[in-house]
Write a protein that binds this ligand. Sequence first.
Ligand SMILES: [Zn+2]
Length: 482
Amino acid sequence: MLLDELESGKVFYFFSEISKIPHGSGNTEALARYCVNFADERGFKSYRDEYGNIMIFKDGTSGYKHSESVILQGHLDMVCEKSQGCNKDMEQEGIDIIIDGEYMHADGTTLGGDDGIAIAYILALLDDDSIEHPPIEALFTTDEEIGLRGANELDASRLSGRKLINIDSEEEGVITASCAGAIRISCKLPLIYENAEDGMCAVKITAGGFIGGHSGIDIGKERKNAAKILAEFLYEVDRHIRIAIAGFVSGERLNVIPSSAESVICIKRENIRQFDVILAKFNAWLKEACAGTEPNALVTAADTRVPERYISEADSRKMIMALINVPNGILAMNQDIPFMVQTSSNLGSVSVKDGQLNLGFMIRSNTNYGKTETVRQLRCLIEGMGGEMAEEDDYPAWEYKHTSALRDVMVKTYEEMYGKEPLICTIHAGLECGILAEKLDGADMVSIGPNMKNVHTPDEKLEIKSVQRCWQYLLQVLKNLK
Ligand SMILES: [Zn+2]
């Protein structure tokens, strides 16, 4: 494939080469070898650590020999997704690139623009001796898409640069200056069961029609959590009539806002009419309260078989109390950058199993303090109710810096090239920058990238002209980092 090399050097050449090599997460060996060979053939010093992260070093060009080193970083692995009916074996076969007007996509699979374009940019840069730049330390991490594993295991002692440009963002003209750290939490709350009494009937209640979404990116959109709404409904019922909960289930993945929830409760037969009144009232409230954000949200009820046992009245209430009071949704907004979420919690899974209530959370914050504070609040609540809590996969935030020399150069260069200001933003999701900031003594960092759509899906698209503009921008930034 030869797209205009005048505009973008060998970026598309290297992107095409990378696309021929299968490189899904956990399968980056061949691409890593390609990169090391690339360095060897050109006489660049390179290093591959035992986790598969690669570093390639190139001296600064004339006039830049003594400039501060710049780390250019991207991840080697891609998410492998196929559309229905696509027979490609992504473990063994490369991607088939299609150029369709302004965009590039792949035939039936993810394209791997995330994050192959970063590798292509960096290889094209290292390959071209006519480009002016300070000393470059190229860092290609592995297995970013499966828990930032490469970055986590990285031995950063060989990197001397303390300015890092991460090329793993998806919108041109946006300079990301902070990302969220996160932690996964699981809680267990023991529940006492009792045998069902006579004269009870059982109702299966469903809270459905919620939009759901990604617990980081979409949490700022006021999307409701179906499990929380269902708990609120149970609370309203419990205020008026005695209930015993027999089951509750919602969500599977902690990084997804649950779009439905289901619970079976038992009530006395004579309370059915009152139950129906409460349900109608609740739905009227829900419709009004969420008209703008959750137009299809609805709580429905259907008769079901009375179970032999259910959770005691007191523990049913305890369970509702826990579900209502656990931190969820936006907890704090960013004070530096308007409209950006700073701290959030997502109650991503709820189940009742083996005599206990199980709750799973993804807590995110763009400050490490925000995360610690939320974890503490949740732990205090759960332990205070006689439960237990476990923490997993904790990774740090990349905190916003009020002063950043690198960001200033990025902004100034952008203004000079395009006559307008770039957007400085923070993202409420994970990038490797959080971990890298910690390993590089709080290095000065930014994250950029060309326009991409629908990443991680077979509809992934990369905007060709945007790739070219970002290339020109990157070159100018490096030139200005004297
Ligand atoms: Zn990525």
